[in-house]
Design a binder for this molecule. Structure first.
Ligand SMILES: Cc1cc2nc3c(=O)[nH]c(=O)nc-3n(C[C@H](O)[C@H](O)[C@H](O)COP(=O)(O)O)c2cc1C
Length: 425
């Protein structure tokens, strides 16, 4: 039976309230942190925990925090990334809806550790009901003296501001998020300098995903070694796997990193819809390379998924059964990234438009066989050639769909229709 860290209160009645949170172990870790531990001790526990960023890249949280300058006289900021716009991803929403105080407690402990007295949560514009719940939780935390001046008599002060974005995927990219928070257009910044050195308002800034921060109370309470021990080496803790698409029980399932993908699909998610054969699985949100059905005998940790040629990313698992047309699926992906490209870098701005024209030409029955390699070549021209990885986020999946399902593209071009529509269900 998996130990639940993030989802243990999800099914309790009124789990979003301060009362239920406190009745079920809430804010105990904060008391321990403020009364018994120094910032350096907490940083050490987080480093030992092997907690890696849950926003996509999997960067070790403790290492990121230690990049902050030691002797700065500028304010230090924490920006929590609640933009959650990667298609297929809905895990942070569960935390904010069902256990907002877990996130707030994680924020307070993190800020105490990095010596920040000002934190922000940047939430996507479409998450209005979640934003309302969070705002209420923040107000309740202020009223209970978990936020504000002299928190629990410790002398530590913290203010927390909830900032609602305008629904742009690019503002989930950490430096675009900083620009947006500063009131500007969400254009990603060149790195270096990294935000830990020059971030929000040119001050040292830590940016972490909601789920990353929500793990901090458990690490403080039970120790970094315990947390690290839940997953395989260098992959500490559990993840909220958001499973969607052609499964019988889509949902958000918490398991330790390293949990077998097949088990997640066939046991937790109840197997493939209509008991049809599986065709493909996207293991980390729409921006990662797709896996074919015969490639899914893998464990869900950062390193194993990478070894299988994809990425764990945001741990959004999108399942496609036999009756999915991969040419149409590719068009859906390209369309999204074309819409969401901020337009700052020409390879991404122009390349996504070219990809869309080519794939739509194929779908109209006007494609030529050379278009398949053209899709690949245009993607290759985008890959690694942009300021932020949004370009990679379209290039990588397109290259994988075209390579792994080339026969479907060839069929579509030759017959001017999808191979799938001709299949008998
Ligand atoms: C185009 C784009 C969109 C992103 N969207 C999100 C997002 O919605 N939420 C998120 O946490 N990280 C997102 N990221 C990753 C962030 O840039 C950053 O790596 C992350 O917030 C760091 O937190 P972590 O270390 O806790 O994962 C995105 C990255 C890119 C390139």
């Amino acid at each position: 039976m998996t130990e639940k860290i993030l989802s243990r209160r999800f099914d309790l009645k009124d789990s979003h309230t301060l009362k239920v949170y406190e009745e079920n172990g809430g804010y105990i870790a904060l008391r321990k942190a403020l009364k018994e531990m120094s910032p350096a001790q907490i940083l050490d526990e987080v480093k030992r925990s092997n907690l890696r960023g849950r926003g996509g890249a999997g960067f070790p949280a403790g290492m990121k925090w230690s990049f902050l300058p030691k002797d700065t006289d500028k304010p230090v900021y924490l920006c929590v990334n609640a933009d959650e716009s990667e298609p297929g991803t809905f895990k942070d929403r569960f935390i904010m809806e069902r256990d907002p105080h877990l996130l707030i407690e994680g924020i307070i402990i993190t800020c105490y550790t990095i010596r920040s007295s000002q934190a922000f949560i940047y939430i996507r514009g479409e998450y209005l009901s979640q934003a309302r719940l969070l705002e209420q939780a923040i107000q309740d935390a202020y009223a209970a003296k978990y936020l504000g001046k002299n928190i629990l008599g410790s002398g530590f002060d913290l203010d927390l501001i909830l900032y609602i974005g305008a629904g742009a995927y690019i503002c989930g990219e950490e430096t675009a998020m900083l620009e947006s928070l500063e009131g500007k257009k969400g254009y990603p910044r060149l790195k270096p300098p990294f935000p830990a050195v020059i971030g929000l308002y040119n001050c040292p800034t830590i940016i972490n995903n909601v789920e990353t921060i929500a793990n901090v109370p458990a690490i403080v309470e039970r120790g970094g070694d315990w947390y690290a021990g839940l997953g395989p080496p260098k992959n500490g803790g559990t993840r909220l796997f958001a499973v969607s698409g052609h499964v019988k029980r889509p949902g958000c399932y918490e398991h330790p990193l390293g949990y077998p993908l097949k088990k997640l699909l066939y046991e937790d998610a109840g197997g493939i819809l209509d008991d049809l054969p599986l065709k493909a699985v996207v293991p980390g949100g729409s921006s990662v390379p797709v896996l074919k059905a015969d490639e899914i005998d893998i464990n869900l940790d950062f390193d194993s998924v990478q070894a299988a040629g994809s990425m764990l990313g945001s741990a959004a698992i999108i399942v496609m059964h036999e009756r999915t047309c991969m040419v149409k699926a590719t068009e859906r992906i390209i369309n999204f990234y074309k819409e969401e490209s901020c337009g700052q870098c020409s390879p991404c701005r122009e390349g996504t438009g070219w990809l869309l024209k080519i794939i739509q030409r194929i779908l109209r029955g006007e494609g030529v066989m050379e278009d398949i390699d053209l899709l690949y070549d245009v993607s290759e021209g985008i890959l690694g050639n942009t300021i932020c990885p949004l370009g990679d986020a379209v290039a990588m999946p397109v290259m994988s769909y075209v390579t792994k399902f080339r026969d479907e593209f060839e069929y579509f071009i030759a017959h001017k229709k999808s191979k799938i529509e001709t299949m008998v269900s």
